[in-house]
Design a protein around this ligand. Structure first.
Ligand SMILES: NC(=O)c1ccc[n+]([C@@H]2O[C@H](COP(=O)([O-])OP(=O)(O)OC[C@H]3O[C@@H](n4cnc5c(N)ncnc54)[C@H](O)[C@@H]3O)[C@@H](O)[C@H]2O)c1
Length: 267
């Protein structure tokens, strides 16, 4: 289904860990559409994940970077421009991690040191990434930056815990930085709010399977897959969406507009 939508473009994909990762699918679709990319993930993910396999398959250089480290980010953008032969056209931030969720802490009994770490990894890293790119003048005019988010930023999903606040912060960074990047370089910044998806990060949330089935029933089109998210990312990276910026865009089969579904009530 390739349409050369990203022919001649250079991109950086954060967060491909294994075949389930949303970023994995995005990387594959971007290359299918003609882009040249580099891949990046936290140094620790190099040992646990399968990113090397993806790098070989897509002929993409892998540049490790802890997304909370300004030094690592500077190295990543500099090396990516070298590897790809010029400034970057698109970037995907596909990063999320909460120690409180991982350790099963109750929302009313969170460890606030861990919470700060969650915000740093899952949201502030997005600001750090954009600030570094701007400083290095690493992105081309009209470039497109995306981060992946979840509707828990707007509505209450109790087991999503402090990741809800992380996503609210992430979406706010997209709007605020989108203003500055738009004015300076006509660069677009958006977030895509994705359906529940079976991945390492996703399945870490308590009761994920039941919740996945609930969302699937609630959504007129059913849950959006990782591949459909990748397709949406491709359109957002392409020149077809060059006037879309500072938006939170739902790729959720209609879930976000639903109030009640007869399918849930068994009517
Ligand atoms: N899976 C879902 O149900 C779902 C739904 C909506 C949004 N999202 C979002 O999609 C994004 C991707 O998650 P996924 O579901 O594909 O899971 P995933 O576990 O495959 O991806 C999360 C990635 O974050 C990386 N990461 C963690 N700490 C990092 C750090 N310090 N520096 C750099 N990278 C780091 C991990 O190595 C991993 O590759 C996340 O932002 C997640 O919140 C997921």
């Amino acid at each position: 289904m390739a349409n050369n939508l990203l022919q001649g473009k250079r991109g950086i994909i954060f967060g491909a860990l294994d075949e389930q990762s949303i970023a994995w699918k995005v990387a594959e679709r971007c290359v299918e559409e003609g882009a040249k990319i580099t891949l990046t993930n936290a140094p620790v993910a190099m040992r646990f994940g399968q990113i090397n396999e993806l790098g070989t398959k897509l002929n993409a250089e892998i540049i490790p970077a802890d997304a909370t480290s300004m030094e690592d980010l500077e190295n990543l953008f500099t090396k990516s421009m070298e590897a790809l032969g010029g400034k970057i056209d698109f970037v995907l931030h596909s990063i999320g991690m909460s120690i409180n969720v991982r350790k099963g802490k109750d929302y009313t009994d969170l460890n606030h040191e861990w919470m700060l770490k969650t915000f740093d990894v899952s949201a502030i890293s997005f600001h750090k990434m954009m600030q570094t790119m701007m400083k290095l003048d690493a992105i081309n005019e009209g470039g497109s930056i995306l981060a992946l988010t979840y509707i828990a930023a707007q509505r209450v999903f109790p087991d999503y815990s402090e990741m809800a606040e992380s996503k609210a912060l992430l979406e706010s960074f997209a709007r605020s930085f989108g203003y500055h990047y738009g004015v300076q370089k006509k660069v677009r910044v958006n977030t895509i709010s994705q359906s529940p998806t079976f991945t390492t990060a996703g399945s870490g949330v308590k009761g994920f399977k039941e919740f996945f089935d609930y969302a699937d029933k609630m959504s007129p089109l059913g849950n959006a897959s990782a591949l459909s998210c990748a397709d949406y990312c491709v359109t957002m990276f392409s020149d077809l969406t060059r006037m879309v910026t500072m938006q939170n865009l739902y790729n959720d089969g209609g879930f976000s507009s639903m109030g009640m579904s007869p399918a849930i009530l068994g009517l």
